[in-house]
Design a binder for this molecule. Structure first.
Ligand SMILES: Nc1ncnc2c1ncn2[C@@H]1O[C@H](COP(=O)(O)OP(=O)(O)OP(=O)(O)O)[C@@H](O)[C@H]1O
Ligand SMILES: [Mg+2]
Length: 258
C-alpha cells in the first residue's frame, strides 16, 4: 500500500481581499483532500479564485479563514509554476532553470546537467545562455516549466502552465507531463482553462463555481493509467468534455450576469 496520509488538505478555506465595504470575497469555502500521487485538475470561470487557491497552497498567501496544509516527507519543496511565468530577467535561461537546484544546494555540475536535460526536453537547449528578454512568451513559459520540474518536487502546483503556448506545443507538453507524472507519481494540483487538458491529465477534475469559487462538481476521467494522449479521440473523452462544459457554462453565465 502507498502512503495513506494526504499530501494536501484544505478545511473550509476562504479568502477575502480588501476591507468592508469594498471587500471582495474571492474564494471558498473550499474543502479538498489530495492523496499522494494524485493528479488533480481544477477548472472554473475566470476570476473565480483558482490562482488564489494555488497561491494559498504554495504558502504565498494566507487564507482569511480555514486551513490548508501540505505534507512533504523530505526537504524537497513544493514547486509552483505561475500563470505569469515568474522567471528572472537578469538570469540566463540556464541559471533560471538551475535556480531551485541552487537553493537546494545541489552541486553545480549535477545542477547544470539536470538543467540542461530539462532545457533539452523543452526544446530550449540552444537558448541556455540567452536572457529571457530574447525569448517569446511560449519559450519563457517553457523555461518556467523546466525550472519547476528540474527540482523534482514532491508536490507540483501549476497555474495554467500551457496557456501561452500554441496548440501543437501545448499537446506535446501535455503528453510529456502525462508521461512524466505517471513515472514519478508526483502529486500535482493543476489549474487550467482547457477541459481537454484537464481530462487528459487528471485523475480528478474539479469544477469551481463563479466567484467566490467553491468546488461544485468532481469527475474522474474513466481512463486507466498509464494512459496516453490517444484517449483524446475516444467517445468517453468527448462525452466527459461535454458534461464538464455544461457544468461550467452555468457558472460562466452566472458570472456574466453578476
Ligand atoms: N492581491 C489581490 N488583491 C485584490 N484582489 C485580488 C487579488 N488577487 C486576486 N484578487 C481578486 O480575487 C478574485 C479571484 O482572482 P484569481 O486570480 O484567483 O482568479 P482566477 O480564477 O485565477 O482567474 P483567471 O482564470 O482569470 O486566472 C478576482 O476577483 C481578483 O480580482
Ligand atoms: Mg488565475
Amino acid at each position: 500500500m502507498g502512503d495513506p496520509h494526504p499530501k494536501l488538505q484544505a478545511h473550509a478555506v476562504t479568502r477575502t481581499f480588501g476591507r468592508a465595504p469594498q471587500a471582495v470575497h474571492a474564494l471558498g469555502p473550499i474543502d479538498l483532500t489530495i492523496a499522494p500521487g494524485e493528479f488533480t485538475c481544477v477548472v472554473g470561470p475566470s476570476g473565480c479564485g483558482k490562482s488564489t487557491l494555488l497561491r494559498i497552497a504554495a504558502g504565498l498567501l494566507r487564507p482569511s479563514r480555514g486551513e490548508l496544509t501540505i505534507r512533504t516527507a523530505s526537504q524537497r519543496p513544493a514547486a509552483m509554476i505561475f500563470q505569469d511565468y515568474g522567471i528572472y530577467d537578469w538570469k540566463t535561461v540556464q541559471a533560471n532553470v538551475r535556480f531551485g537546484l541552487d537553493i537546494q544546494k545541489v552541486p553545480r555540475r549535477e545542477a547544470n546537467t539536470r538543467a540542461t536535460d530539462w532545457l533539452t526536453r523543452m526544446g530550449l537547449a540552444d537558448f541556455a545562455d540567452a536572457y529571457p528578454a530574447a525569448l517569446s512568451g511560449g519559450m519563457r513559459q517553457r523555461v518556467a516549466i523546466a525550472r519547476a520540474l528540474a527540482v523534482e518536487p514532491e508536490i507540483l502546483l501549476m497555474d495554467e502552465p500551457f496557456a501561452a503556448l500554441d496548440a501543437q506545443l501545448r499537446t506535446i507538453l501535455q503528453d510529456e507531463l502525462l508521461a512524466l507524472t505517471q513515472t514519478t507519481r508526483t502529486t500535482t494540483l493543476f489549474i487550467t482553462h482547457s477541459l481537454e487538458e484537464a481530462i487528459v491529465l487528471g485523475d480528478r477534475v474539479l469544477v469551481m463555481s463563479a466567484r467566490p469559487g467553491r468546488i461544485i462538481a468532481e469527475r474522474r476521467p474513466p481512463f486507466p493509467r498509464p494512459r496516453s494522449g490517444e484517449i483524446r479521440t475516444t467517445p468517453e473523452f468527448t462525452a466527459l468534455k461535454s458534461e464538464l462544459w455544461d457544468l461550467l457554462r452555468g457558472e460562466v453565465g452566472t458570472e456574466a450576469a453578476a
